[in-house]
Design a protein around this ligand. Structure first.
Ligand code: APR
Length: 182
């Protein structure tokens, strides 16, 4: 399923993001950038050990040893992945008492698109950030993702954005969020 927004294309698909051939894929990382489970684990596994070395270098040099903040992004090469780059971001860990988690999740998508644009990339694939281990409600996360991506594409000539969902259920939820936009 896809829609066009100006010259841009937003596509939903079911699959394994480590197989995507977009210029960049987005990793739902944690602040340490030292890998983990879920999509983070899959991306590090597919990219190979050089990705962890690159993340260590980013942590030391770019982040001065600090953790990557929620909603923030950094970029590394993709190494053994078909994608040339990995944009790492940290989604919010669901906590209904935290007031600004919707904005933090939106920042993951917007900052990744801005960073890809700054690197003159014209294609990017996103997983469903924060809806796994971080337990962010799927329906709300899908609405935030679709709204943030479509808002960006309405004002920027970017290219191709893919949401790569891991399950049929996730795909259906994102499809209904996209239908509401249309
Ligand atoms: N391709 C695409 N999507 C995937 C893949 C894959 N290979 N593997 C998992 N997913 C999906 C999950 O099904 C979920 O829909 O990615 C989405 C995000 O789930 P998580 O990977 O658990 O990420 P998140 O909820 O953001 O939690 C991040 O988990 O793995 C750790 O180090 C990571 O601490 C961080 C936390």
């Amino acid at each position: 399923m896809h829609i066009t927004i100006g010259e841009n294309r937003l596509e939903l698909t079911i699959g394994d993001i480590t197989k995507e051939t977009t210029a960049a894929i987005v990793n739902a990382a944690n602040g340490s950038l030292m890998g983990g489970g879920g999509v983070d684990g899959a991306i590090h596994q597919a990219a190979g050990p050089e990705l962890l070395q690159a993340c260590r270098k980013v942590r030391k040099e770019q982040l001065k040893g600090e953790s990557l903040g929620t909603g923030e992004v950094v970029i590394t090469a993709g190494y053994n992945l078909p994608a040339n780059y990995v944009i790492h971001t940290v989604g919010p860990i669901w906590d209904p008492h935290q007031p600004n988690q919707d904005k933090q999740l939106a920042n993951c998508y917007q900052n990744a698109l801005k960073l890809a644009t700054a690197h003159h990339l014209s294609s990017i694939a996103f997983p469903s950030i924060s809806t796994g281990v971080y337990r962010f409600p799927l329906e709300t996360a899908a609405e935030i993702a679709i709204k943030t991506i479509t808002n960006y594409l309405q004002t920027t000539h970017f290219g191709h954005v893919k949401m790569v969902l891991f399950t049929e259920d996730d795909f259906r939820v994102y499809q209904s969020a996209l239908n509401q936009y249309n």
